[in-house]
Design a protein around this ligand. Structure first.
Ligand code: FFO
Ligand code: ATP
Length: 182
């Protein structure tokens, strides 16, 4: 399948997913036992939108545990990361993604212990298909710390053509397993 067909297929899968809340809770419970999560003092995470697995409980838990949280903002085709606190103000993009406002403090991704990478579809070897902006492929080029994706089982796909610029994640946490990709 082409990446574009995979995106359409996954959108349908996610829109018709049953027992979503139960599945999300299983994903969180499993994520919170992973050592890369436990050891991270700072995490980068996206604010979920549309039918992505909700990241709100992940962020709440991170704050509860005293972890620093940063979230991305797309600035002129480039993604930058900013500190995210319970009282941070957000603005919504035309696409519907919530992003930090102008007052947020920028943090280099390279100073963050764990990067939670969003994606539409994943192979078990960690390669992913996103929304098609290539933002994470570029952001992860010289990122040395742990990368992890949370995804529903139905987002795992058997095979797609990997391109030279694609960057795999280290681990994928689903509602039924932790996949060690590398
Ligand atoms: N929750 C979440 N936040 C995220 C991502 C993500 O996958 N999930 N991203 C992961 O990389 C980045 C944003 N990714 C984007 C990828 C593509 C387009 C884009 O192509 N927009 C089109 C409109 C497409 C549409 O409306 O459907 C455009 O601007 O013309 C925008 C943002 C950063 N934040
Ligand atoms: N390292 C890079 N340098 C320049 N362009 C890149 C790089 N990585 C990706 N791109 C560009 O980004 C485009 C989209 O890539 P791809 O379809 O893999 O995005 P994606 O992984 O689905 O999106 P995202 O990473 O934002 O979730 C590609 O067509 C490619 O030209």
């Amino acid at each position: 399948m082409e990446k574009q067909e995979i995106r359409q297929f996954i959108t349908h899968q996610l829109n018709t997913l049953d027992r979503r809340q139960q599945r999300e809770q299983q994903i969180y419970d499993r994520l919170f036992t992973v050592s890369a999560w436990e050891n991270a003092r700072s995490i980068a995470v996206t604010l979920s939108f549309r039918n992505e697995c909700s990241t709100d409980p992940i962020i709440e838990k991170a704050w509860e545990l005293g972890k620093q949280v940063v979230i991305p903002k797309v600035v002129q085709r480039e993604m930058k990361f900013f500190e995210y606190l319970p009282n941070s103000r957000l603005v919504e993009t035309t696409m519907g993604i919530r992003e930090p406002d102008d007052t947020a403090v920028e943090r280099s991704l390279n100073t963050i212990d764990l990067c939670l990478v969003p994606g539409r579809a994943f192979m078990r070897n960690g390669f992913r298909v996103g929304w098609g902006g290539g933002f994470y492929d570029r952001a992860l080029i010289d990122y040395q710390e742990s990368t992890l994706a949370v995804a529903f089982e139905c987002q795992l796909v058997p095979a797609f053509a990997v391109e030279s610029f694609d960057r795999p994640v280290d681990q994928i946490v689903t509602e039924s397993e932790v996949i060690l990709c590398r």
